[in-house]
Design a protein around this ligand. Sequence first.
Ligand code: BV8
Ligand code: ZN
Length: 262
Amino acid sequence: MADQAGAASGMPESFIEAVRSAKSVAVLTGAGVSAESGVPTFRDAQTGLWARYDPQQLATPEAFRANPELVWEWYRWRRELVSKAQPNPGHFALAAIEEKVSDFTLITQNVDSLHRLAGSNNVVEVHGNIMKTCCFDCSADAEEEDASKAEVKVPRCQLCGGMLRPGVVWFGESLVADVLRTATEASQRCDVFFSIGTSSAVYPAAALPFEALTHGAMVIEINPDKTPFTPRATYSIQAPSGEALPALVEAIWPDAGSPNAH
Ligand code: BV8
Ligand code: ZN
């Protein structure tokens, strides 16, 4: 049963000691970590123009085959949004934790590059990156300028003439095998696993906290809402990650300095 650890105060000593002495830490982040940077989560109703579309309907190869112009319009809108977003204190706190732990892996479902922008190094992007572009037919990577010409509704591959697509993993597509293997291995070997800002609804990423648990890790969930994983968490911190993570760093590594913008 999850033990409620207070967001800022009242973290049990057992919790603080376990995280401070951890040799290996793995973290899974979801859209909730970027929410405080102004990047809408998948659960949030899409704003404005996109309110009438369900992301799970648009982020699929079928949608792209049926209407590549619409799918590109959606991704260009999201790229614009992401390019204006800045990391928030939650991102910086995770970069600070990486400095304190010898074996640290940050597994993210987010496609927005904010962890790297905040200074995290060992980032595993299990669902790709929205700023990347590749060929839907031959999978060749494409240069950014090929895709950014807004007047070209569906950019074409210079190698095979196929349609270019955003470099993300769509629903119904398999994750890149060695990326998933790296994430799974990190989840299996860690002493402490954090599941932060994710609805724990999308597989196989949602299986990673369970992997950590069955391999003996302490699993800490940080999410203002409950998720299907909450009852299994060792500790559940029900607070926004932008508040909980800096408080956790402060409580566990007071010398780490404030993990806000560097
Ligand atoms: C695959 C990139 C094999 C694209 C994304 C039936 C049962 C089980 C599984 C399936 C099924 N049918 C199909 C599947 C498989 C499917 C799946 O899991 N579907 C779910 C919906 C049931 N998975 C796949 O298709 C995966 N591939 O399985 O391959 C295969 C092959 C062929 C056929 C079948 C299977 C590929 C999944 C990857 C999809 N791509 N992103 C893009 O971005 O455009 S997923 C996308 O949605 C995100 O990357 C993210 O992973 C997911 C949304 O999840 P979250 O990140 O958790 O975000 P969400 O909005 O859901 O939640 C936000 C959370 O934050 C909330 O809990 C909220 O409370 C919290 N929060 C809010 N504010 C804060 C906060 N937390 C902290 N602080 C805050 N301030
Ligand atoms: Zn091609």
